[in-house]
Structures are given as C-alpha cells and as structure tokens.
Design a protein around this ligand. Structure first.
Ligand code: GDP
Length: 358
C-alpha cells in the first residue's frame, strides 16, 4: 500500500531473504578450533578441518605456527602408515593428467589418496598458462581424494618443511597413498625424493634428454621411469624410448637396495597401463619392506628432517633479532659491491650474535 511508505527511498520489506551462505558453513568458517578439535577432526577424516590445519601450517603468523606445531605433535603417533610417492617430469610431460588417471585408479581400488605439490615458484607462475588450466578436474571432486596445491610465497626449504608436516596430517587423516608432485626444475626433485618412499620419473619419447631437461642425476634418483603419451602414432616411439632408457640404466651403478629400476610406457589420457605402474610400486614396497630398506630410507629421511629443523631453528633463533637483521641488511650491499668479503661479513655477524647471546 502506498500509504505504508514514508519516502520513495524507503525499501519495501519483501520476503525474508535466505542467508547467502548456509548457516552451517558460516558457523564452521567463523569458528576457531582448539588443538583438540583439530586432532579429532583430522583423525575422523574431516577435510574442512584438515584444510584449515594445513593453512595453519602454511601461515607465517607465530600464533598459528604454535597451534600448528601442537596439532602436528598430536597427529604424529597416527602418521607413517601411507605409501608416499613422488612424481616428477618436465612441464607438459603429463604429470597432472597422469595423477588424475592414477588417482582415479587408486580410488577405484578403494584407496584414499592425497595429492600435494611442491612448486617454490607457485606465487610467480600464478596467471601463467599452466597456472590457469584446470588441473585434475575429476579427481578434485572424488570424495576419496584430497588435493592441495603448493604453499605459495616460500623458499624451496620452506615449501619442503611445510609439505613434510602436511604429510603427517594427511596420514593421521587416514590417507593410504600420498602423492607429492614436483615441477621438474631445479632442486625440487631432490627435496621430493627426500620425503617419499618411491620416486617416479615421467618422460616423453622422441625428445633427447637435453630437450626434456632431465639431468642424469634425476634419472639416478628415480625408482621407475614411465614414458607417458604412449598412444596413437606415439606407441612405437614410446617402445623405442623404453628400450633406449633400459640400456642407459644398465650403465648406472646398481642401487644399494637391490632394486632394478623398471622402465614402462603408459598413456595417461587413455588410461592405459596405469595398473602396470601401480604394480611396479607395490612390488617395490613389498621388496623394500622385505629387505629392510623401506624403514631404513624413512629413518634416514628423519635424520635429515632433524638436521634441517635444527639448522632452520638456530638460524631463526639468532637472526630474529633487530640488531642482527639490520646488520645483515647493511652488510649485504657491501658484499655485493666487493667492499667486504663474505667471510669478514660472516665473522662480523657471528661476533654480534655472540654479544647478543651473552
Ligand atoms: P604437466 O605440465 O606435466 O602437468 O602436463 P599436463 O598433464 O598438463 O599435460 C600436458 C599436455 O599433454 C596436455 O595437453 C595433456 O592433455 C597432454 N597429455 C597428457 N597425458 C597425455 C597422454 O597420455 N597422451 C597424450 N596424447 N597427451 C597427453
């Protein structure tokens, strides 16, 4: 009724509007969880709580970090039960397509899988063609799969530390297989190798090693070589490449654990021979668990984590001091300009650290 309005600017009440976000979700989003809530949520496989705990791990806020460390400690006794698989290969080799096919195959076997990524450049490459494409579309909606992109804005060391901690949480959440994907550049392969049980190198046929950007050192790290895109006209070249790599591997020193590195072909897009790759990994697991190398490898990795952690903590402890930070800021340009040698500068910082600490 016209008489109901005081002015033309008054809004009519209309029907009651529904909340934009389900009240259930709203409640969850705004709620702060206690360490107990995190532990219980993760242990019952609650993906929302798992994601939030990973966000805490990735946060640079010291308070978040403190909570994250407590959550990790609570989860540690329930970790260690997954099979950790690293996957690498140059961009374009088909890593995401392979992980999608492989992941779907594993979930069809009733396995729960988590996919983590290590990409120290993820902040920079945002918006690039590769960054824009939709990755692992099917797997990302599979209720038995959990996909988490690489933490961004960190150095490789930082990404590695956070990914190791994320593995602990994913294992406590009951994932049977953890896949760690790396972009095939620089040092990230070594880092992934240091946190997985099995390291798989995806390759292409037809391109020389140089073209693929695969260094001998990376081939030496691999527990299996898989030549992807063995479909259509590429089946024969893929088989040829397989023979070529098999002979190349004969020239490599024998692995200490007694494993003969297999070479196989597959097509991620046509989902062919994905089961063969899984069989290789299962054989490896059985053999290594039988000869004690599975445990030995994990123990050695733990020693490395410990050493890295000590290095990181000591560095943080001493360098998180304004005087020292300022001193380093002033010394860096002098080193760059050649006014002072790195040793002189280093000794100066050490002297200052000792005086601060005493
Ligand atoms: P990534 O950069 O290593 O993650 O590679 P992608 O999974 O994004 O794949 C790069 C391109 O190769 C895409 O166009 C895929 O469709 C294609 N591709 C991936 N796997 C296969 C395969 O098995 N066969 C063929 N023919 N193409 C593939």
């Amino acid at each position: 009724m016209v008489g109901d309005f005081d002015s033309a600017l008054t809004e009519r009440g209309g029907i009651e509007q529904p909340a934009q976000v389900s009240p259930y979700l709203q409640r969850r989003r705004s709620r702060t969880f206690s360490v107990d809530d995190y532990e219980k949520g993760i242990r019952r496989g609650d993906r929302v709580i798992l994601s939030r705990a990973i966000t805490l791990i990735e946060s640079l806020n010291p308070q978040h970090q403190a909570v994250a460390q407590q959550v990790i400690e609570r989860c540690l006794p329930f970790s260690g039960n997954s099979l950790r698989i690293g996957i690498t290969g140059v961009p374009g080799v088909g890593k995401s397509t392979f992980i999608e096919a492989f992941g779907k195959y594993l979930t069809s076997l009733g396995k729960r899988i988590a996919v983590l990524a290590i990409d120290p450049s993820s902040e920079r490459s945002r918006g690039s063609i590769l960054g824009d494409k939709t990755r692992m579309e099917e797997l990302s909606i599979d209720p038995h799969a959990f996909i988490r992109p690489s933490p961004s804005g960190l150095t490789l060391g930082g990404v590695a530390r956070k990914t190791r901690e994320t593995i602990v949480l994913c294992e406590a959440a009951g994932f049977d297989v953890i896949i760690v994907e790396t972009v095939g550049v620089g040092q990230s392969e070594t880092v992934v190798k240091s946190m997985v049980d099995f390291f798989l190198l995806l390759m292409l046929s037809g391109a020389g090693d140089e073209l693929q950007g695969i260094k001998r050192g990376i081939m030496e790290m691999a527990d299996a070589l898989v030549i992807n895109k063995a479909d259509g006209d590429n089946v024969r070249p893929a088989e040829l490449a397989k023979t070529r790599y098999q002979s190349a591997l004969h020239l490599f020193p024998r692995m200490e654990n007694g494993w003969n590195v297999p070479v196989t072909t597959c097509s991620a897009i046509e989902h062919t021979s994905i089961d063969k790759v899984w069989k290789i990994i299962c054989d490896y697991e059985a053999q290594m668990k039988g000869n004690g190398f599975f445990e030995q490898n994990r123990n050695e990795q733990n020693v490395k984590i410990f050493n890295d952690w000590i290095d990181f903590s000591i560095r943080n402890y001493f360098l998180n001091n304004e005087t020292i930070e300022n001193m380093i800021d002033q010394l860096l340009p002098k080193i760059q300009a050649g006014v002072i040698t790195p040793y002189q500068a280093g000794n100066e910082v050490m002297r200052a650290i000792r005086s601060v600490d005493s």
